[in-house]
Design a protein around this ligand. Sequence first.
Ligand code: NAD
Ligand code: 2YG
Ligand code: MG
Length: 259
Amino acid sequence: MALLTPEDLKNINKQLEEADSTVRRVTGLDVKQVCKALYGTSPCCEKVGIVPVTSGNGIIGNFSASLNAITQYFGFESFVTDMPDVSGYYEALQKGAEIILMADDHTFLAHNLKNGKIANNQPCTGIIYAEIASRHLKADSNNLLVIGLGKVGFPGAAHLVKKGFNVYGYDADKLLLEKAVSNLGIIPFNPSSPRKFSTIFEATPCANTIPEVVISENCVISTPGIPCAISDELRKKYDVEIVMEPLGIGTVSMLYSVL
Ligand code: NAD
Ligand code: 2YG
Ligand code: MG
């Protein structure tokens, strides 16, 4: 799995504010309103305990501090424990945490200790970025392109199918594409006979995954994938709106899903 770097998380508040205003321009709602509409929940002063985890590749600089800034940006009360790992988990409970946020190299979870609900970052990220794409106010049709059908992209594509969109999908891994076609009923997208889309949901860890021929003027790309799926040049050429942020939108999706 591609891990975040401290560099990705620089100026997280600014990144959040910019992403939030893009979401407002694209959907007419801010990220919190999208979450409320998606999950039917609202925070009610839940206290979030963030536990740094040292296993595997260890602590990522700015990770816990960014989660703290993100949870507060979205209106939750939160704190980072002084101790990591099991001692940090114990500390979080002693200090009254109701929701635990913690991540190792494979799993980033939110666990609501009051109601037992648990969320995994990958599906929650896929679903919220897909939901944002699905709310593109100026979409020219019911057609939507999904690029990348892995742990984030697949649940996002499933969400779009469930919402009734004509979902075209592509993954460089043929087996994953076949799985999405047979399990979800998406339409396999063939890059050698392209068509244009006004809305694209991208979830890959690679750059330049969206071919120029599919991008329509004023297209919206909703993408949690790092690095960005298109170049600055293409972005300017087609006046593309890009919803992209490294940690916060996926995290608030997890939090709303466990309320
Ligand atoms: P994954 O490895 O499970 O899936 C990625 C998929 O992209 C793979 O199936 C791969 O075959 C496909 N792919 C790669 N290059 C491609 C290309 N050129 N065209 C089409 N498909 C291509 O990874 P994941 O867990 O689904 O994560 C996807 C991305 O989302 C990663 O960059 C990850 O770091 C990022 N992510 C971001 C957030 C966030 O909050 N912004 C949260 C979680 C994950
Ligand atoms: O507590 C810490 O500082 C570390 N143990 C955190 C490790 C997180 C690893 N996961 C990732 O870097 C991401 N791919 C998942 C985070 C979602 C946002 N992209
Ligand atoms: Mg995010």
